[in-house]
Design a protein around this ligand. Structure first.
Ligand code: GLU
Length: 479
């Protein structure tokens, strides 16, 4: 029987989850689901200095807010827990000891100052910074004696000399480097915490991870991991180092400096999680039929990490906006209303919501657009008077306003149809320039040049407000 496919995402709680991480998580999730396997969430919190309070909870929350979930992990448990590294310290200590006992690792007692001095010299000689293996020659007895004397120590990997290290990457094929290029890296720190390298390898092994999909920035760590698997005598998982997103302009790795990058921030700006997921799906991967609008279920059925492009792709905001629009317009009205709630200002006249929504619905790019698109329905906005007087003078416009107000105030039934019929009659009877007249009214009633259809808009805004606004404009003209 073949092995159960198990994938994982292993974020460090150093802040909010980057969109790149969410995209990676989706791939790991989909591959596990496709194979009826398990997707594991593991928190790599071994760098206590960089940890941000509350980050673990936020990571868990945002994954679920994106509509995804894990099979094993914090809050859920599972057969290989704990899934939080700081709760597994004794395991790493044991494993590091195992390597010491097998002669694959050694104690190092070098002081910070000494290490700094070595690095200084290497820098001066233009060499890559690396530990000079000073403590590698200590005998077991010597090391023990120094430990017992209370000297501070770390454990380092005894990297074999001059051997090929082969990394099999699903996207790039075989990458071979010489072990002499690899540092005798620290595995266990003086405070008893593992380094990332030890933690990740031990956990991926113990948690029986079969496929590691992670950002290509980790590819330089892969030789260290391969050497560790070999030192332990463990079977290696499949590695796929996935290109990271470039900034929307296609230049450089997507970073905070060029705008928001956290997964949460996109939801806060009114992107739908399902649109975000679909967008992630098609960045650097395509369905065989080139279809771009893909459901999560369809993606799970089709995704294979080996088909991911090894080339970086830009985080194309235009495409995302388009995708978001597609998903907004797919939502049943009741659901859309629910999703819009957090974006609607408190002063919004909720009794008019059902009438307003159909008028602006088509123009929503993000949910947050609801505010800008609907504000004039209940907030008086000043028109641009220069525009309002275009192709007409004060006198004519005042006359048009007077007659319009007369007509509207006498209207017994305030419906789109009645407003339209009457106003068209008025325009024709007076032989007013059609474009001029209706644009003037639009500006006077809404303060804007572009709005949903005028008569419907007027009918939704309501008689009192429409008349009040027309009156205000007239008063202004007479001043
Ligand atoms: N803890 C690492 C991170 O924060 C995990 C990298 C990996 O997937 O190996 O991204």
């Amino acid at each position: 029987m073949s092995k159960t496919i198990r994938t994982r995402m292993a974020p460090s709680p150093t802040g909010e989850l980057h969109v790149g991480s969410m995209a990676m998580l989706l791939k790991n999730y989909a591959w596990a689901k496709r194979n009826n396997g398990q997707f594991i969430l593991r928190i790599e919190d071994t760098d206590k200095e960089r940890e941000v309070p509350g980050a673990i909870e936020e990571i868990k929350k945002v994954i679920r807010d994106y509509g995804l979930d894990w099979d094993e992990g914090p809050g859920k448990g599972g057969p290989y827990g704990s899934y939080i590294q700081s709760e597994r310290l004794s395991i790493y200590q044991e494993k590091a000891q195992e390597l010491i006992d097998n002669g694959k690792a050694y104690y190092c007692f070098c002081s910070k100052e000494r290490l700094e001095q070595v690095r200084e010299e290497q820098r001066a000689n233009k060499q890559a910074p690396k530990y000079d293996k000073h403590c590698r020659i200590l005998t077991a007895d010597e090391a023990l004696a120094r430990k017992e004397a209370g000297e501070s120590w770390v454990i380092r990997l005894k990297v074999p000399e001059d051997q090929p290290v082969v990394i099999n990457d699903l996207l790039r094929g075989e990458i071979i480097i010489n072990s002499s290029e690899v540092d005798d890296q620290v595995l266990l720190k003086s405070d008893g915490y593992p380094t990332y390298h030890l933690g990740v390898v031990v956990d991926d092994y113990l948690m029986q991870i079969t496929h590691i999909m992670r950002g290509e920035e980790w590819i330089s760590s892969a030789p260290k991991h391969v050497l560790l698997y070999e030192a332990f005598g463990w079977e290696k998982p499949v590695f796929a180092h996935i290109p990271v997103f470039l900034n929307p302009d296609g230049k450089g790795k997507m970073s905070k400096r060029k705008g928001t990058v956290s997964s949460r921030s996109f939801l806060d700006r009114g992107y739908l999680p399902e649109a975000m997921l679909n967008f992630f799906m098609i960045l650097g991967w395509a369905k065989a039929d080139q279809q771009e609008v893909i459901s999560l279920a369809e993606y799970i059925e089709a995704f294979d990490p080996k088909d991911v492009s090894p080339k970086s792709v830009a985080f194309d905001l235009q495409k995302l906006n388009w995708m978001n629009g597609v998903y907004i317009r797919k939502l049943p009205l009741a659901e859309l209303k629910k999703r819009l709630q957090p974006f609607i200002p408190e002063t919004f006249p909720m009794n008019k919501f059902d009438a307003i929504l159909p008028l602006v619905f088509e123009r929503l790019v993000t949910l947050a657009d609801i505010d800008e698109l609907t504000r004039f329905f209940y907030v008086d906005e000043q028109p641009d008077y220069e525009l309002l007087l275009k192709k007409a003078d004060n006198q004519l416009v005042a006359k048009q306003l007077n007659q319009t107000m007369d007509f509207l105030s006498g209207l017994s039934e305030w419906t789109t149809e009645k407003i339209e019929v009457g106003m068209r009659e008025l325009q024709e009877k007076n032989d007013w320039h059609r474009g001029q007249f209706f644009m003037m009214i639009r500006l006077a009633v809404t303060g804007r040049k572009a709005t949903p259809p005028l008569f419907e808009t007027m009918s939704v805004i309501g008689k009192d407000i429409v008349l009040r606004r027309l009156e205000m404009v007239k008063a202004k003209l007479e001043n």
